[in-house]
Design a protein. Structure first.
Length: 394
């Protein structure tokens, strides 16, 4: 029932936007006014895909196309002292990504953490300042190009003008946030990816999408606006997945950036973790608390979207192990020689694997994935067996 309601609301939003776009396309006023509304919608979508590059590029274009003598009338974010450093920062990030392909795994992770923080800050700036300004342009051009008799008469004598005045900026900011969540996923995937080649591919996809949308805008603004609408609707339906991944990246970024593990001690009863795979109806990367019941079974409690009513599920029964990873530990289920990730612990739990094992009664603690491979290489280079401890100094 809840999902059906969300689908109905999404369709209603699409119909509303399409209706508004159709009315704006009517040649009652000038054609330029309708095109300006379409371009404004595309700008919002493009900036949401990559806020720093989008804001810098859009503002640079507005700066150079502004009539001479009126550049001082531009908003603060469209002036040279703002968009030039923004584009320089984008260039530095591009150099970092290019060099990261040749660097060993993990060497550029501190820079990826900084970039993830930058994505959040630039997203906030765009959502708070740039997007409302563009939405105001969209609203003014839409009302100017629409048929005033249709706009004010509405349906059954109801006027759409007050509703349009109220909803334009909130809908624009909502559309921006939905698309920004999807764009921010790229930064999170880069953060958790160990290989520079994957990072470059993900960045290339995002940059190519933004470039294609920009090119289409110059060719056919209305077609670009329709593509933007499709992107917004698609982002709406994967918003839950994007939000959980954003929370995952935010927690990991904070732990890395503040070196939290050095001042952190696991709680003897409750610890925050992420679901590593879908369990029952609990989606992957849900953030919640792991506890141990009186009968010894592990329980996971979380809140959907972090603020809805809490839910509690029981973890699958079986043999457990704690995996020591290169960047963060995890709890796994063990079936013979096979292991399967169950819970991912934030980086603050690194070096605390033994304490977590004592709290939840898990004795099997082992190296996994990249850390296991790097240790194997080290043992091969040094010529000693992994099971043998390093020789103590005399």
């Amino acid at each position: 029932m809840k999902r059906t309601l969300l689908i109905v609301l999404a369709l209603a939003l699409c119909c509303t936007v399409v209706y508004a776009a159709t009315e704006a396309a009517k040649p009652v006023a000038t054609e330029k006014e309708g095109i300006a509304a379409a371009v404004a919608l595309t700008k919002i979508t493009g900036i949401a895909i990559s806020p720093m590059l989008g804001v810098g590029g859009v503002d640079a274009y507005d700066y150079f196309t502004c009539p001479k003598g009126k550049q001082d009338k531009l908003p603060w974010y469209a002036r040279l002292k703002f968009w030039l450093p923004a584009l320089l920062l984008v260039a530095v990030v591009a150099i970092k990504d290019g060099a990261g392909v040749t660097l060993p795994p993990g060497w550029k992770k501190p820079f990826d953490v900084v970039e993830t923080v930058e994505s959040k800050v630039s997203g906030l700036v765009a959502a708070g300042a740039v997007v409302p300004s563009i939405a105001a342009i969209f609203h003014s051009q839409l009302t100017a190009s629409a048929d005033p008799h249709v706009l004010h008469a509405g349906i059954l004598g109801m006027s759409f003008a007050p509703l349009l005045d109220i909803l334009t900026i909130p809908l624009a900011v909502t559309a921006f946030v939905l698309v920004w969540l999807v764009g921010h996923v790229i930064n999170v995937l880069i953060l958790i990816s160990p290989w520079g080649g994957v990072d470059a591919a993900l960045k290339g996809i995002r940059t190519a999408s933004l470039a294609a949308l920009t090119a289409i805008t110059f060719i056919d603004p209305w077609f670009a606006a329709m593509i933007s609408l499709v992107i917004v609707v698609t982002a709406y339906f994967i918003a839950g997945w994007s939000f959980r991944l954003m929370v995952f990246g935010s927690v990991f970024t904070w732990d890395f950036f503040t070196f939290r593990r050095k001042r952190f001690t696991p709680d003897p009863k409750t610890n925050w973790m992420f679901i590593a795979r879908k369990i029952e109806k609990t989606p992957i990367r849900s953030y919640g608390k792991l506890t141990k019941s009186d009968d010894g079974r592990l329980m996971f409690e979380y809140r959907p979207w972090l603020f809805f009513a809490p839910r509690k599920i029981a973890m699958p029964t079986g043999q457990y192990a704690i995996g020591r990873g290169l960047f963060f530990p995890e709890i796994m289920t063990v079936d013979g020689e096979k292991t399967k990730s169950l819970l991912n612990m934030p980086p603050r739990y690194k070096k605390h694997e033994e304490q977590i094992g004592q709290i939840y009664g898990i004795r099997d603690i082992r190296d996994v994935r990249l850390l296991k491979g790097l240790k194997a290489i080290w043992y091969w280079v040094t010529g000693r067996n992994a099971a043998q401890p390093a020789a103590a100094p005399a």
